[in-house]
Ligand binder design. Structure first.
Ligand code: ACO
Length: 318
């Protein structure tokens, strides 16, 4: 038994915040943001929109595109760093919004690598015969954990959700997956706060050592690409589409240069979405599928890297 993608969906909140809007909020410029990150604009959730609301919109479209109903889903995995609340999980809240009950539902916390972690788990559940139709969602409202007076972080992130329904198949599907974490880098990228005694202790905002993140991301993006390609007995030439986590165009460009992969084969949405953490890969995937760019039979390499540091790759036939 293999697993394959049956359907994709995504959702972006209505409000768009451009670099020019940010120029009015902090001491920055469109030129600096575009030059350092490739980002021009990002979507921002409405005050009453939670991660589960974004997840719901993306999930219903993925389920419909898979030709299924919500009742066919037998496992829900939500990758998020910005859950609705401490508990219950955003996956359980999403389950209630979908009007289904009984199947397992849980969140994955692997920051920007969350979606590749969730996809790898969905693959294992399906291959082990424990689930048939798995709903996976990456959903984030980073606007809630940004210090909007800190120009070094607030210009880089956005809100959104992307979703995939994975289903059992006699044909692959997922060709190889590889996940990693190295907790020695915990302090390089974090929201170092926790709820205690009725208040937040530490900081509730994203803190980042930008230079370290940059170097680390490029290194492991290259490494994990070779790991999954080797596992599937394939080479870089076999990749039709590369969908890296959309953190920063300079990290993405440096990676394709190292991999010697033509830049045209890389999916790029960072310019319009900014970094949406666990949502960035499924958002880019769904946009490219909807645009008819990615077609059935194409070989895709998805790669995530994020706080932890965590990182991983999924090689698959769409
Ligand atoms: N506008 C204008 N100036 C700024 C801004 C801003 N928004 N932010 C920082 N600066 C200033 C700094 O204060 C500094 O000024 P100084 O020289 O007077 O001290 C100057 O710009 C250069 O700052 P650096 O931090 O050295 O800039 P750098 O070229 O390293 O770029 C960046 C910073 C874009 C964060 C870069 O390190 C990077 O891309 N890192 C990767 C981080 C990333 O993508 N994180 C996303 C989350 S991680 C993930 O998803 C994997």
């Amino acid at each position: 038994m293999y697993s394959r993608i049956a359907g994709t969906g995504s959702y972006l909140p209505e409000k768009i915040l451009t670099n020019h809007d940010l120029e009015k909020m902090v001491d920055t410029s469109d030129e600096w943001i575009v030059g350092r990150s490739g980002i021009r604009e990002r979507h921002i959730a409405a005050d009453d929109e939670l991660a589960s609301d974004l997840a719901y919109q993306a999930a219903t479209s993925a389920i419909a595109n898979a030709g299924l109903g919500a009742g066919d889903i037998d496992l829900i995995i939500v990758a998020t760093t910005t859950p609705d609340m401490v508990f219950p999980s955003t996956a359980s809240i999403l389950q209630a919004k979908l009007g289904i009950a009984g199947c397992p539902a849980f969140d994955v916390q692997a920051v920007c690598s969350g979606f590749v972690y969730a996809m790898s788990m969905a693959n294992l559940f399906i291959c082990a015969g424990q689930a048939k139709n798995v709903l996976i969602v990456g959903a984030e409202v980073y606007s809630r954990i940004l210090d909007w007076t800190d120009r070094s972080t607030c210009v880089l992130f956005g809100d959104g959700a992307g979703s995939v329904v994975m289903t059992g198949s006699e044909e692959p599907g997922i060709l190889a997956t590889k996940l990693h974490s190295d907790g020695r880098y915990c302090d390089k990228l974090s929201v170092p706060g926790w709820v205690s005694g009725g208040k937040v202790t530490g900081s509730p905002f994203v803190q980042m050592d930008g230079g370290s993140v940059f170097k680390f991301a490029v290194g492991v993006f290259e490494e994990v690409a070779h790991e999954v390609l080797e596992m599937a007995n394939m080479t870089v030439d076999d990749i039709d589409w590369f969908i890296p986590h959309q953190a920063n165009i300079r990290i993405m460009d440096a990676t394709v240069r190292k991999l010697k992969l033509p830049r045209e084969r890389m999916i790029k949405t960072v310019e319009r979405h900014a970094n949406t953490s666990a949502a960035s890969i499924p958002l880019a995937l769904d946009e490219s599928v909807s645009a008819g760019k990615i077609r059935r039979g194409d070989t895709l390499l998805l790669e995530g890297v994020g706080g932890g540091f965590t990182w991983g790759g999924v090689l698959l036939r769409y």
